[in-house]
Each structure stands twice: as structure tokens, then as C-alpha cells.
Design a protein around this ligand. Structure first.
Ligand code: SF4
Length: 240
């Protein structure tokens, strides 16, 4: 279930169309849709946008979903730690996946109007992770993982995040760059094709092998997700 609205502006966002805008729906209407699907599903994952930005709606939907026996998952940037606190306290989340945004995304994430968000994000994601770690350790949260979208530019942050959270399951997810448009000064189709091909080469996502090389340096188990191979477990024990 994708909830509209997100204050961040990740340069690679695949859901840019729902970062902003309004399409208000009653939570009862959404719950009816979930209830209709309930015989065919075991759980519902709330994503976005940033689902935790709409605290009251998300908590109400999670509560109703749990009441009809569904598992509840939350995919979040970790910015809204209060919402996660609420969900955890009421035991409304079975899985929380925190997409850890890394600093290399400047100025994409931290555009001028979002500058104040930067400090807030860094504070709140730490709170969110601490809440989830504690809840996992106390058996109040069945699944918790940190997901990092991997680009060549953010390798140093992957190591730092991994070192800070050695016991939290880590997922390295292949990042896909947004390929820029060919500029308007192009003179003919041949030049257009050539420039386009150059851009495509320049913005090629990292391969599984390249991501595995990063995983190797982390000296821990990680899961790696790529478009080509789906999810694999990179198991450090096989490297010893
Ligand atoms: S946090 Fe997610 S929804 Fe928001 S801009 Fe980043 S990728 Fe897009």
C-alpha cells in the first residue's frame, strides 16, 4: 500500500510522482480494499512516499489490518521515529525495513528547502534504529532490517552504517540512476543517439559482482538485491 507524500527528495526516487500532491481517501475505504484482498494475502506492506508521515492514518490502518489477522510491514526512511515508536508500542508492526538515506545524495535529498531536514533526518534515523533494535531484542518486532540503495558514490557510508549496526540484518539494494535528458542543443539524430548512449554508460548501475566486492569488505552476512538476480544471501562464512 503506497501512501502519498514524502519530504525527502532522493535523486533516485522511483516514486517521484507521489512525493507530493493530494488524493485524500478515508481510511475506511482503504481498509475495505485490504479486507477484500485478505483471503489471498498473509500481510500488508505500507510504503510510499513516506508512510510514517501520516501517523494517525498509518496507525489506524495497521491496527485494523492486525485485527483481521494480517501481518504488517512498514517500509520507511526512518525520518518519523514517533510514528514507529507508536506502532511498536502497540505491537502493530511485524516487520520494519528502514531505507537508510546516505549523505552522498546531496543536494538531491537536501535541496535548499529541505536543508533543515538534514539534521532532523540524521537525528531521527538514529532514534528509529534504536527503537527497532530494542524492540527486536525484546521480541516485540519479528523482523527488522536496514536497506541501503547502493551507488558507486556511497560506498564509504555503507561501511560506516554496517559498522554502527553490526547486529541488524543489512540489505544492499542495487541503485538505479535517473538518466538525464540529452540537452536541447543537439543538432541531429546521430548526435542524439551518441550522447544518449554515453549517458546510459555513465549512469550504469553497479553489477552484482561489484556489490559483492563491497559486501566482502563488510565481513558479515548481507542480502543483496539486484534487478538481474533478485535477492541473494552473501554469506561471509563461505569466504573464511
Ligand atoms: S524517501 Fe523514498 S519516497 Fe521519499 S524521496 Fe526518497 S526514495 Fe522517494
Amino acid at each position: 500500500m503506497f501512501l502519498r507524500g514524502c519530504p525527502l527528495r532522493c535523486s533516485y526516487c522511483q516514486n517521484e510522482a507521489i512525493q507530493t500532491g493530494e488524493d485524500f481517501r478515508d481510511t475506511g475505504e482503504i481498509m475495505d480494499m485490504i479486507r477484500t484482498s485478505a483471503p489471498f494475502i498473509s500481510g500488508v506492506m505500507f510504503s510510499g512516499g513516506e508512510p510514517a508521515a501520516q501517523k494517525n492514518a498509518l496507525v489506524a490502518l495497521a491496527r485494523d489490518a492486525k485485527n483481521i489477522g494480517l501481518l504488517v510491514g512498514i517500509q520507511t526512511s526512518g525520518l518519523f521515529s514517533d510514528t514507529l515508536d507508536n506502532l511498536i508500542r502497540e505491537r502493530l508492526a511485524d516487520k520494519i525495513a528502514i531505507d537508510y538515506k546516505t549523505r552522498w545524495e546531496e543536494p538531491g535529498v537536501w535541496e535548499p528547502e529541505c536543508a533543515l531536514l538534514r539534521g532532523k533526518y540524521e537525528r531521527n534515523i538514529k532514534k528509529s534504529i534504536a527503537l527497532c533494535k530494542k524492540a527486536s531484542a525484546e521480541g516485540r518486532l519479528a523482523e527488522f532490517e536496514i536497506v541501503i540503495t547502493v551507488f558507486r558514490e556511497n560506498e564509504q557510508y555503507i561501511r560506516k552504517i554496517s559498522d554502527e549496526n553490526p547486529d541488524v540484518p543489512l540489505v544492499l539494494q542495487q541503485g538505479e540512476y535517473k538518466i538525464p535528458m540529452v540537452t536541447a542543443d543537439v543538432v541531429n539524430m546521430t548526435e542524439y543517439i551518441s550522447r544518449k548512449q554515453n549517458l546510459i554508460q555513465q549512469y550504469t548501475p553497479m553489477t552484482l559482482e561489484e556489490i559483492e566486492r563491497i559486501a566482502e569488505t563488510l565481513k558479515r552476512d548481507v542480502r543483496i538485491r539486484t534487478r538481474q538476480t533478485g535477492e541473494i544471501l552473501f554469506n561471509r562464512r563461505f569466504l573464511l
